[in-house]
Design a protein around this ligand. Structure first.
Ligand code: FES
Length: 139
């Protein structure tokens, strides 16, 4: 086989592979349909005492992060990254980090603080019922 024939064959095979990936609805970081959708109904997250003033806590099973301001006010956001919908699963104090492309968010405001994400996290409603933090999609 000549060098030119081998190169052409590689080019064709690469094109077939890329076409197959695109046809399956894949992105650079996984299948689009495999990405979590976020909250669709209220969920009980845990005891109110789990989130101290000036801190935040991640609830990865529900893709939710809850922060508490110094005045005791709670805020909740979806942890689904607004760049390409990977679940952001690393929390350092009040900084949420997405593993897919490195976007970062401030979980006290939801604001994107590091690109590629530019849109804020989806805000959730949050309340305490009988000592339990409950988050829900905003109405
Ligand atoms: S999905 Fe790309 S940075 Fe989160």
């Amino acid at each position: 086989m000549s060098a030119r024939t081998a190169a052409s064959r590689r080019t064709v095979l690469r094109g077939v592979a890329l076409t197959s990936v695109a046809g399956l609805g894949l992105t650079a970081c996984g299948r689009v349909e495999d990405k979590p959708a976020g909250l669709t109904e209220p969920v009980e997250l845990g005891a109110e005492t789990e989130v101290a003033a000036g801190s935040a806590r991640l609830y990865p099973d529900h893709h939710v992060v809850v922060s508490r301001a110094e005045d005791g006010t709670l805020a909740a956001y979806s942890t689904i990254c607004t760049h390409a919908r990977c679940p952001a699963d690393k929390l350092e104090e009040t900084r949420l980090i997405c593993p897919c492309h490195g976007s970062e968010f401030d979980v006290t405001t939801g604001r994107a603080t590091r690109e590629p994400a530019v849109a804020p996290l989806d805000r959730l409603s949050v309340e305490v019922r009988n000592g339990t933090i409950v988050a829900a999609p905003e109405a």
